[in-house]
Design a protein around this ligand. Structure first.
Ligand SMILES: Cc1cc2nc3c(=O)[nH]c(=O)nc-3n(C[C@H](O)[C@H](O)[C@H](O)COP(=O)(O)OP(=O)(O)OC[C@H]3O[C@@H](n4cnc5c(N)ncnc54)[C@H](O)[C@@H]3O)c2cc1C
Length: 471
């Protein structure tokens, strides 16, 4: 018998959605493209693009019966590229896009192929929003399973704080529900433990009144003022209202007419406030922020929430090669600020490259709405979240970007907490995974849930939690 290069010649014929293999040309290439450009270096063996939860169950039963590990693609934004590993069998959920919004109960239900821009657009038809992330092409699925932070987190908490239930297909193909009453231990783990336990086929969220207008935009300060303005931010934010979300980024200057041409593309400090409360009350919140320095541009204005929550899309181009490192800071100390400023100045500048460091202000609802042990997502002690991001085009520049990311990480990690937000960093290895959810008790609890729902670790293309019996 001739050997076949296709390891899945017996893939179930009752699977209804498209099935794509390396020989399928453009359709296969389009399906395997992810936000992380490095993911295209290797291709998966089979992409099963599911029509519905029955299709998900069909793939999982097939994989389970043969002991084949399974990768899961939601929105395709995971920085590790775990959604399309080389040679893998992929459950692709990107076609499962149903959303329903009940304006009376404010419950929003979304399938796992929904992107944040689609979720926002549906909820805003009723002047509602689900607290989630800041770039509209990000998937609800991976974002929610990791935690979910964004412009509304100080007011309404993380996405997981607003998650009411999940529907999930188990690795052996059963459909289960997880909420506070049904499978509560699984629900505890799904809120922050990532895609370790099964394939989630629907999320139910609590939405909140937001907009339609908010006051948001960018305050741009010259690089020379960055350290001084950042040093003043913690005291300022300590008394800021919860309605104010704030991101501070040291990032390449946009090509704005008010900036001299020679400054375009060079680092500047950008404060990104989003005031989701009464627009009439925004001035007294935004003006003192601007007065922390002498901004060269003040682009803060009243705008629809849908515009505010897509303004960062412009700096998040799809398909670039990227590195992402991050963690939580207990305080924004002078040492951390000096470290970040020094490192951004040393970032690689190959053609098409861009690097930035971001600081997300925590506090408010994200810090006090839920107890640390209430779910797998950890936030204890976090006053700020830092991220170092770099993007570039060509594999020949991989090494210089890897060295930069490693250098930033080595410099900031000693100031960071052991716990962290799994979604806004690449996987940093076994020791990091043991600490990232907080206490050892939480990690052991996650391992027990993993053993209960995925004993053979079929779902291993992720920030992997080893099943309790495996170590
Ligand atoms: C440009 C950019 C901006 C971002 N902005 C934010 C932000 O503002 N706030 C924030 O919190 N995060 C943000 N993130 C991080 C984001 O939350 C994670 O990358 C998240 O994993 C994306 O989910 P996804 O479904 O798009 O990705 P995918 O790559 O499809 O999924 C990531 C992983 O999640 C798991 N997974 C996905 N779907 C399922 C499912 N249905 N069932 C089980 N497991 C599943 C799989 O393990 C998969 O490998 C951003 C990322 C990028 C690249």
């Amino acid at each position: 018998m001739a050997l076949s290069a296709d390891p899945h010649t017996d893939f179930p014929t009752d699977f209804r959605g498209p099935v794509l293999r390396p020989g399928d040309g453009d359709r296969y290439d389009a399906a395997r493209a992810l936000y992380q450009g490095r993911a295209v270096d290797e291709g998966p063996a089979l992409i099963a693009r599911c029509d519905d939860e029955d299709d998900v169950a069909t793939v999982l039963r097939y994989a389970s019966a043969r002991g084949i590990p399974v990768a899961v693609r939601g929105g395709g934004h995971g920085s590790d590229g775990h959604a399309m590993p080389g040679g893998a069998l992929v459950v692709d959920l990107s076609a499962m896009k149903a959303i329903t919004v009940d304006p009376d109960t404010r419950v929003v239900r979304a399938q796992p192929g929904v992107l944040l821009g689609e979720l926002d657009a549906a909820a805003q038809q009723h002047d509602l929003a689900v607290p989630a992330g800041t770039v509209s092409t990000t998937g609800v699925a991976g974002l929610t399973l990791g935690g979910g932070i964004g412009h509304l987190m100080r007011r309404y908490g993380a996405t997981v704080d607003n998650l009411l239930a999940c529907e999930m297909v188990t690795v052996d193909g059963r459909k289960v529900r997880a909420d506070e009453a049904e499978n509560p231990e699984l629900f505890w783990a799904l809120r922050g433990g990532g895609g370790n336990f099964g394939v989630v086929t629907a999320f139910e969220y609590r939405a909140h009144p937001v907009g339609p207008d908010v006051v948001a935009g960018q305050l741009i300060f010259p690089f020379e003022q960055a350290a001084d303005v950042l040093a003043k931010l913690p005291a300022h934010m300590a008394t800021a209202p919860r309605e104010l979300g704030l991101l501070a980024a040291i990032a390449p200057a946009p090509a704005l007419p008010m900036l001299p041409a020679e400054a375009h593309g060079k680092p500047v400090l950008v404060l990104v406030p989003v005031h989701s409360g009464d627009p009439a009350a925004a001035d007294e919140v935004i003006e003192p922020l601007a007065a922390l320095g002498r901004p060269v541009a003040n682009l803060v204005t009243k705008m629809p929430w849908l515009r505010a929550n897509t303004m960062l899309d412009a700096v998040a181009p799809y398909g670039k090669r990227m590195n992402l490192r991050g963690g939580y800071l207990p305080e924004l100390s002078a040492d951390v600020i000096d470290t970040l400023v020094a490192n951004i100045a040393a970032a690689p500048s190959s053609p098409g490259a861009a690097a930035n460091v971001n600081l997300w202000c925590m506090g408010g609802a994200i810090s006090d709405d839920a107890a640390e042990d209430a779910m797998a997502f950890s936030r204890e002690g976090a006053a700020w979240l830092w991220e170092a991001v770099s993007m570039w085009d060509s594999p020949e520049h991989d090494l210089e970007h890897e060295l930069w990311a490693t250098a930033v990480d080595a410099a900031v990690r000693p100031h960071s907490l052991a716990n962290g937000y799994t979604n806004l960093t690449e996987d940093l290895g076994g020791d990091w995974r043991r600490g990232v959810h907080g206490s050892d008790a939480k990690y052991q609890r996650l391992r027990a849930v993993k053993a209960a729902w995925d004993r053979h670790n079929l779902l291993r293309f992720n920030k992997n939690i080893a099943p309790a019996s495996a170590e």
